[in-house]
Design a protein around this ligand. Sequence first.
Ligand SMILES: [Mg+2]
Length: 182
Amino acid sequence: MFFMKIGLDFDGVIADSHPLKSVIAKQMFGVDIPPDKFFKEYIVEAGLSIDQYKKVKENLYFNDHDISPIKDAPIRISLLLEQGHDIKIITSRTGETLEKAKNLLKKYNLNLPVVGVGYGVSKVPASEGLDVFIDDDIEKLIPLAGVVKHLLLFSSPYKNNKYKDVICVKSWNDIYKYITKI
Ligand SMILES: [Mg+2]
C-alpha cells in the first residue's frame, strides 16, 4: 500500500448534518420532510418553498447545532491518518460557517486541514493532486472526473449513481475497505 492524498467533503460525509434539516423545517415552517428527501424537487412538492429551504439551511449552518459525526467517520479517519495517508477537508462552507465546522471537528477529535471554497464554487482547484475524493453530492464529484482518480459518492440507498467515474459507498467501513485496497 502506498500513501494517498485524500479529500473529504464535510457535511454529509463527516458531519451528519442533513437529518437536522428535517427538524428545523418542522420547527420553522411546520413541514414534514424525511431527512433522505431533501432534494429540491421533493421539498417543493412537500410544501416548503425554495426561499424557506434557504432559511432552513441558514439556520443549520449559522447556528451552533450539536451535529453528530457520521457513524464510524472519526475512527476510520483516525486509522487512515495513522497509516500515513494525507487527508484534508474541502467544503463549500466559508467564514463563520467554516469556523463552526472547525469547532465540530475538534469535538470529533479530528485534526485535519480544512479548505472552504464557497457555496456554488467548484472544488476542482482545491482538489488538484488528490488521489481520492469523497462527497455526498454527485454534482460536486462530476467535475472532478479526470482530476481525481478515485471518486467516491457517499450515498444513502435512495440515491442512484449512473456515473461510470464514480463509485458508490454507503458507510465509512465501505470507504475504509476501498481505500486500503487501492
Ligand atoms: Mg456534503
